[in-house]
Design a protein around this ligand. Structure first.
Ligand code: AMP
Length: 211
């Protein structure tokens, strides 16, 4: 399959970022991720869009979804510039799924299926090295170098309270998206509870089979 169009779905903490990075490298496609795009534009003035808050940050720090109008524009722009891509973090609700179906065709729809307890554990233990962007976990993957350990930061929305809200928002808005693709008969379910390398083996095989 030349330059595939891949969608990766899963709850926050399911491992979409990690697997998307693997996919981008292996299949030579662009990693399009709304979470990173919004984090880089957190203070963008969206007050002219008739939204409740004036910046994406105000939604994100509470674990709420940024308005569709803002996110749709980001995705439309990114996909129009990519031949092949792995899309991560979008669509988060049925309206966005509808919008996406008008923007592009999909070759593979992956769903990383992870138990809720494991999601909470992964998210609340997640830390980032602000100097390299490398992701660690306090228990699963702590840095060996104490200097790195000393400078690790927690994402503002990875605190226990916000994680709970993000998972509630996921269940309410994004689970119907998973069901939508399942009903269309295109959903490829991967057991995301496994170790990252095992998940990757399944993800890679699924994409190759879809070719
Ligand atoms: P993520 O890094 O994918 O967990 O996204 C972090 C935050 O960015 C989410 O909690 C939302 O506030 C916002 N966000 C990311 N993608 C979307 C989207 N497709 N629709 C609305 N908000 C989004």
């Amino acid at each position: 399959m030349a330059q595939p169009h891949i969608l990766i779905l899963g709850a926050p903490g399911a491992g979409k970022g990690t697997q998307s990075a693997n996919i981008a490298e292996e299949f030579d496609v662009e990693h399009v991720t709304t979470g990173d795009a919004l984090r880089s534009n957190k203070e963008m003035d969206i007050s002219d869009m008739d939204t409740e808050y004036d910046t994406p940050a105000e939604y994100m720090d509470q674990g709420e979804l940024v308005p569709d109008e803002v996110v749709n524009a980001i995705v439309d722009e990114a996909l129009s510039q990519a031949d092949g891509y792995v899309l991560d973090g979008y669509p988060r609700n049925l309206e966005q799924a509808e919008e996406l179906s008008e923007m592009t065709d999909l070759d593979v729809v992956l769903y990383l299926d992870v138990d809720e307890e494991e999601l909470v554990h992964r998210l609340t233990g997640r830390r980032m090295d602000p100097e390299t962007g490398e992701i660690y976990h306090v228990e699963y993957n702590p840095p060996e170098d104490p200097e790195i350990e000393g400078r690790l930061e927690q994402r503002e929305d990875d605190t226990e309270e916000t994680v709970k809200e993000r998972l509630r928002v996921y269940r309410e808005n994004t689970e119907p998206v998973v069901e939508h693709y399942e009903e269309e008969g295109v959903l490829e379910r991967v057991d995301g509870n496994q170790a990252p390398d095992e998940v990757w083996a399944d993800v890679k095989a699924t994409i190759e089979d879809a070719a």
